[in-house]
Design a protein around this ligand. Structure first.
Ligand SMILES: *[C@@H]1O[C@H](CO)[C@@H](O)[C@H](O)[C@H]1NC(C)=O
Ligand SMILES: *[C@@H]1O[C@H](CO)[C@@H](O)[C@H](O)[C@H]1NC(C)=O
Ligand SMILES: *[C@@H]1O[C@H](CO)[C@@H](O)[C@H](O)[C@H]1NC(C)=O
Length: 159
């Protein structure tokens, strides 16, 4: 009679410890900026965007079907944090821009609208923190100073 609850308890403990082992959690931290020069990259006049909506999306590696997604939003420093659960092997995970709160800076530029993020702990990365590349919306009109700034980024002329 007394053996049954004990067995049940043991089974429960085994189950709980297995669940604990599988409870992997990733902290994904990134930034959303406004590309005020429409440069396609960050400059010294790039601005943080507060309240930008982003989304983590994981799609089946072969199927391309969306299997996991978590929403995030940037804080007062233009940073977002998304917590993702479990390992996502055989999936392609990316963070992507969803929406900008700035009417003057909401254009999506393909190259800077998504960034890959690796969400499995068996790939040699021992940390559970992930820092994907910054994502940027394009400003509708470049700032006046951009002409001068862009000159600095031009490749040196060939002689
Ligand atoms: C904004 O979010 C980042 C990333 O999570 C965090 O490091 C930072 O402390 C936050 N800043 C504020 C003011 O909440
Ligand atoms: C977009 O990215 C591709 C690949 O990295 C690059 O070849 C291309 O020049 C970029 N386009 C712009 C406009 O920056
Ligand atoms: C950005 O760089 C340009 C060119 O060097 C400079 O004139 C400008 O003051 C800089 N702006 C800021 C906000 O650092």
């Amino acid at each position: 009679m007394a053996k049954l609850p004990l067995l049940a308890l043991m089974a429960l403990c085994t189950f709980a410890s297995v669940a604990l082992v599988n409870a992997v959690e990733f902290n994904i931290e990134g930034r959303v900026y406004c590309d005020t020069c429409r440069a396609g990259f960050e400059t010294n006049v790039t601005e943080d965007i507060v309240g930008a909506k982003v989304r983590l999306e994981c799609k089946g590696y072969k199927s391309g079907v969306l299997v996991y997604s978590v929403d995030g939003v940037t804080n007062s420093t233009g940073k977002y944090k998304i917590v993702a659960h479990d390992n996502h092997v055989d999936q392609i995970c990316e963070v992507a821009l969803v929406e900008s709160p700035r009417p003057d800076c909401k254009e999506i530029f393909k190259n800077r609208s998504r960034a890959p993020v690796m969400l499995s702990d068996d790939n040699g990365i021992s940390s559970f923190n992930r820092y994907p590349n910054s994502l940027g919306f394009l400003k509708d009109k470049p700032l006046d100073i951009c002409g001068a700034i862009m000159k600095l980024y031009q490749p040196a002329e060939e002689y």
